[in-house]
Design a protein around this ligand. Structure first.
Ligand SMILES: N=c1c2ncn([C@@H]3O[C@H](COP(=O)(O)OP(=O)(O)OP(=O)(O)O)[C@@H](O)[C@H]3O)c2ncn1[C@@H]1O[C@H](COP(=O)(O)O)[C@@H](O)[C@H]1O
Length: 105
């Protein structure tokens, strides 16, 4: 596990995800030597897909430890990698929102 994020304050999830999606989209044209995100977007498909499974496992382990801060940290890793995956396969956040809204009863 890496160093956990210190002094985390609540944010606005819509603004945060929208901003992060824009940064990730911009990394499509970035140098893989300089950007981890660019490597995930432009590199081997399986490297990215393996990260989803790995990060999901880390969330599960943090939950089994019932460690609040660790769950938040690993969920951040999982959401980031999921967003890179959505970018790579062309699924937008508005589209995802529509999918979730369509389920709302
Ligand atoms: N949100 C993230 C983000 N979350 C996680 N990561 C990276 O994802 C990798 C996680 O892989 P690992 O789980 O193997 O890493 P680890 O920390 O050693 O292991 P664990 O802590 O998960 O156990 C690390 O290299 C993290 O740096 C991220 N890398 C980038 N971003 C965002 O993407 C933007 C663009 O970053 P570049 O990739 O540098 O272009 C950044 O400004 C950030 O906003």
């Amino acid at each position: 596990m890496g160093v956990r994020t210190a002094n985390v304050q609540d944010g606005n999830i819509g603004e945060t995800l929208t901003g992060l999606a824009e940064v990730i989209h911009g990394r499509r044209e970035a140098s893989p030597e300089q950007s981890y995100t660019a490597r995930l977007l432009q590199g081997e498909e399986d490297e990215l897909l393996k990260k989803i499974a790995e990060e999901a496992s880390e969330v599960i382990m943090a939950c089994k430890d019932n460690d609040h801060d660790h769950i938040r940290y690993e969920a951040g890793d999982l959401v980031y990698h999921l967003m890179v995956t959505l970018e790579r396969y062309g699924v937008t956040l508005p589209e995802l929102a529509g999918e979730l809204d369509a389920r709302h009863k």
